[in-house]
Design a protein. Structure first.
Length: 143
């Protein structure tokens, strides 16, 4: 049965679900930093996904990156799967701007995270809501 790594649960807000991936938002308002987690049990590497799931992960990553790039007027999109701390397969999709707190360095550990307020979180959800595809299922009542 699929479950999120406890560290992801601790450090993110659940936004909802694409057909394959759970969409999370890192609780760091320095950057619009989203995380896609394939809802598959015991997967730590891309090559462990079957062909159809791997193709779907890339589709969802591209859809998300494109809509974030457009919505947030990104200078650059950072897309990565590392897994050195959280081994559960997850894809980071991070909006980068030349004016952000870490530019041009990677976001990891550069500046202390600033948690989202409820108002900021709702504003961010509202911003991406109209852009997400029809098959996206929102979590909870905050959408």
């Amino acid at each position: 049965m699929f479950s999120l790594d406890p560290r992801l649960v601790q450090d993110t807000h659940v936004i909802g679900d694409f057909p394959l991936c759970r969409l999370l938002l890192s609780n760091d308002s320095n950057y619009p930093w989203f995380i896609l987690v394939p809802r598959r049990e015991a997967i730590t590497e891309l090559f462990q996904l079957d062909d159809a799931d791997r193709e779907q992960l890339w589709k969802e990553t591209n859809v998300l990156a494109e809509l974030l790039h457009r919505s947030f007027k990104a200078d650059k999109m950072n897309i990565a799967t590392l897994g050195n701390v959280v081994s559960q397969l997850h894809m980071h999709v991070i909006v980068r701007k030349q004016t952000d707190a870490a530019w041009p360095a990677p976001v990891w550990g550069k500046v202390p995270g600033i948690p989202y307020s409820e108002t900021q979180l709702q504003a961010l959800r509202d911003k991406v809501k109209a852009e997400l595809p029809a098959e996206f299922v929102w979590a909870g009542t905050g959408a």
